[in-house]
Ligand binder design. Structure first.
Ligand code: GLN
Length: 493
């Protein structure tokens, strides 16, 4: 059997086109790895073998009739379980949507499948994307393939773990405050949060509509660029998606970074809670960038100190409104013996939502309530404006900015579960990017010398600067030569 985990998306597509193997064999290999590994990892809520085989058959038919294959032909992909795909449940890892059957396709998913990808399953996540560890799933945690006792990050932890363990070549996650980049960092994968508006969110269950973006995970920068080619672009079904000329994000990856202006964000590096190995890794990365010909300097983003506070007003405020539809009538689990409609709402929601979801709805409802709106929501929006301005002035001097992705490497399952604030602090470096709407990639910058766990570097670009960010990431990736294969997966090879 072919080992899909060792092939890039392009090698899979080309291998099928050259008739070295069939798309069906690729599907079998990916599903076989899920069978072998997912009992330990629990990256998937649902495995969609039938859909994968049906898509593979269409690719194999195209090969038989000499049709030119699309760029992701035969590539196994996994989808966060907040994205609708006909023929699957979309649970958001919540009891309230445990039996919800997708009624239509999410645009980003549809575009990936139209590019030839094989959908192998729906991935575990923190309930409604609230969390940084995937422990807030109603269906049990996902385990980090680098160390099964540790979290894979979150909220898109299942999507990250699926790619890390070689069960999918590319996966999709959603990122509201770091939910693609932070799990990317903790699992040693490459994870991209596109600019707000670059990718349609139609069909992705909304968390905070002014922050949410869909983006890819892969083992290489090039594969993330390919995935972005497929999923980006205007969609009439999402008014926030931006109409821009199509770009090939792979075209400039190999151009190098001579003269690129790279700013190391020094005040963020000094933030309390940042592990020494993480800080060292950013400094080492800055040296690598300089050696590659970049002009490296220092910059500060002082207003980002308010990022976490502003995010935990704005995020829950929007979430409390977006989650109102899960009331047992319009959507979701319904208690059978309600006395009246209020009783039905209250008990259906109390039974269907987990504790973090309830906390977010309460926080958001409070922040928006009459008398508190200006003090909380109004202030948070002002802080958001200041953060945006900090980025704008930094991008006058620099093309890209460097920070850690996460202040720590992967933590133990259970370690932060009972302390919401400790969990929230996992995202201090990623949240400001969502508040400002910028794009950023996280990619491995090495292993922590004491734990042997991956450390992630965040490269931030201004709005719609994905090509520059990905080019910088590609140059760094080549220079570093990181092996993204976790020990668990090496053992079974
Ligand atoms: N961890 C952050 C939160 O809990 C971000 C989540 C996300 O990006 N979806 O809100």
């Amino acid at each position: 059997m072919i080992d899909v985990s060792r092939l890039t998306a392009t090698q899979i597509r080309d291998g099928i086109a050259d008739r070295l193997f069939t798309a069906r064999e690729v599907a079998e290999a990916a599903l076989g790895r899920i069978e072998a590994l997912d009992g330990q990892v629990h990256a998937f809520n649902q495995v969609t073998a039938e859909l994968a085989y049906a898509a593979a058959e269409r690719i194999d038919d195209a090969v038989a009739s000499d049709v030119v294959l699309p760029p992701l032909a035969g590539v196994p992909v996994a989808l966060k379980d907040n994205m609708n795909l006909l023929g699957t449940r979309t649970t958001c890892s919540s009891r309230i949507l445990e039996n919800y059957e997708s009624a239509y396709d999410c645009t980003a998913v549809r575009r990936l499948l139209d590019a030839g990808a094989l959908p192998v399953g729906k991935c575990n996540m923190d309930e409604f994307a609230f969390g940084s560890s995937t422990e807030n799933s109603a269906f049990g945690p996902t385990h980090n393939p680098w160390d099964l006792e540790r979290v894979p990050g979150g909220s898109s932890g299942g999507s990250a773990a699926a790619v890390s363990a070689g069960m999918a070549t590319i996966s999709l996650g959603s990122d509201t405050g770091g939910s693609i980049r932070q799990p990317g960092s903790l699992t040693g994968t490459v994870a991209l949060k596109p600019t707000y508006g670059r990718v349609s969110r139609y069909g992705c269950v909304a968390f905070a509509s002014s922050l949410d973006q869909i983006g890819p995970f892969a083992k290489t920068v090039g594969e993330c660029a390919l995935a972005l080619n497929a999923i980006s672009g205007k969609d009439p079904m999402d008014a926030t998606s931006v109409d821009r000329p199509a770009e090939d994000f792979t075209a400039t990856l190999a151009e190098g970074i001579a003269g690129l202006r790279v700013g190391v964000v020094t005040d963020l590096l000094e933030a309390e809670g940042c592990e020494g190995a993480v800080r060292d890794s950013v400094h080492a990365a800055a040296e690598t960038f300089a050696a590659l010909g970049a002009e490296v300097g220092e910059v500060e983003l002082p207003s980002t100190a308010h990022g976490l506070s502003a995010y935990y007003i704005i995020g829950p405020a929007e979430a409390s409104s977006n989650l109102a539809r899960f009331d047992g009538i319009r959507y979701g689990h319904r208690v059978g013996d309600a006395d009246d409609v209020l009783d039905l709402y209250m008990r259906s929601r109390a039974e269907g939502f987990g504790p973090e979801t309830i906390r977010r709805v309460m926080l958001g409802t409070y922040a928006l309530s009459a008398g508190y709106y200006d003090a909380y929501y109004g202030q948070a929006q002002k802080a958001r404006t200041l953060i945006k301005r900090d980025f704008e002035s930094a991008f006058e001097r620099f093309d890209v900015l460097l920070t850690p992705t996460s202040p720590t490497v992967a933590f133990k399952i259970g370690e932060r579960a009972s302390d919401p604030l400790a969990m929230y602090l996992s995202d201090i470096y990623t949240i400001p990017v969502n508040l400002a709407g910028n794009c950023a990639v996280s990619l491995p910058s090495g292993l922590c010398p004491s734990s042997g766990l991956p450390i992630g570097l965040q490269i931030i670009g201004t709005h719609f600067a994905e090509s520059t960010v990905l080019r910088a990431a590609a140059a760094f990736e080549t220079a570093l030569g990181f092996d993204p294969t976790p020990p668990l997966v090496r053992e079974i090879q």
